[in-house]
Ligand binder design. Sequence first.
Ligand code: TXA
Ligand code: MG
Length: 343
Amino acid sequence: MAVETISKAAEIIKNGGLVAFPTETVYGLGADAFNPQAVARVYLAKGRPGDNPLILHIATIEQFLELADSPPPYAMTLIKACWPGPLTLIIKKKPHLPAWVGGHPNKTTQTIGIRMPSHPVAKALLQASNCPIAAPSANKSGRPSPTTTSHVIDDFAATGELDMILDGENSDIGIESTVVDMTGAYPVILRPGSITAETIWEVTGLKSGTSTAADTSPPRSPGMKYRHYAPKAPMQILKGEPHNIAAYILKQCTENPSKEHQVGVLVTDSVNNILSGKIPQNVEMMILGNNNNDIAQNLFAHLRRFDKLNVKIIYTEAVLDTGIGIAIMDRMLKAAEGNVFEV
Ligand code: TXA
Ligand code: MG
């Protein structure tokens, strides 16, 4: 990307404006993390509840050490192994920092979420801005996270709330970073991502706990209690043998063959092959991909396509629950509000 474009974006950040930018996970909607007016605009633009804190994006370890209060040794080990990359640390915040930093300007936070992204455009913007950038995913609250520039445009172009969108390729990973609470004696995964519990185990020798929305009240990661990644149509996740999934989908679709009742179907090649030639007219087929990395990369884009096609219901094949598959299932379950069918 042209140096002038990055300089212009950095000027906007420094002057309190909002810039959407690509990262290796999903696109972020950034503002100067220490400018309360700018951060308040991020919440307003997204329609984000004020009790849901933001991740601060940084470019250097020095910036991390200025924000984090005595990070545990295992956090430093993870940073060495995983940064820059798709790992967000929740850490106790330095006491001299403004009480609100890391969250909404009207709230107080004791902890702070920090991540050093690896995407070259994100890195260039952070370096040129020379400040931590508070950035949630660049979608309207509740919508699937954006993995292309056009997703950001779809959510925000009409509203004029963003001052600039930095163009990038499609996101490499496609789902958001792993969020890990590192305020205790051992790491606790608050949001699964491409950095898995196995990686954390291999790197630190520590078994990480997991925390789900049901675990604690109030939840430790406030974002987990909101409906997320949600397509407009209701969604069903189908678990079972490919033949059973195909048969179930065919039955559902043929029971409702009218063109007005569009059905979205999101399956792997193996189910698609079984269905081929038998798919009724009212079905919009999308292929998930054949491995979990491809599936992660494509999931949100497919959900957004179904919205544009105005489907009335979505059937999705469940994925293998290992590695990044755990994060994919987490996002699918949130999109489907836990609606799983064994077929
Ligand atoms: O990959 C990503 O993490 C992307 C890119 C843009 O970096 N960002 C992202 O941000 O997904 P957002 O705001 O959509 O999700 C951040 C999550 C939320 O669930 C939020 O509640 C949690 O991180 N979080 C942020 N700060 C926190 C804190 N201090 N304590 C607990 N949870 C926190
Ligand atoms: Mg988000």
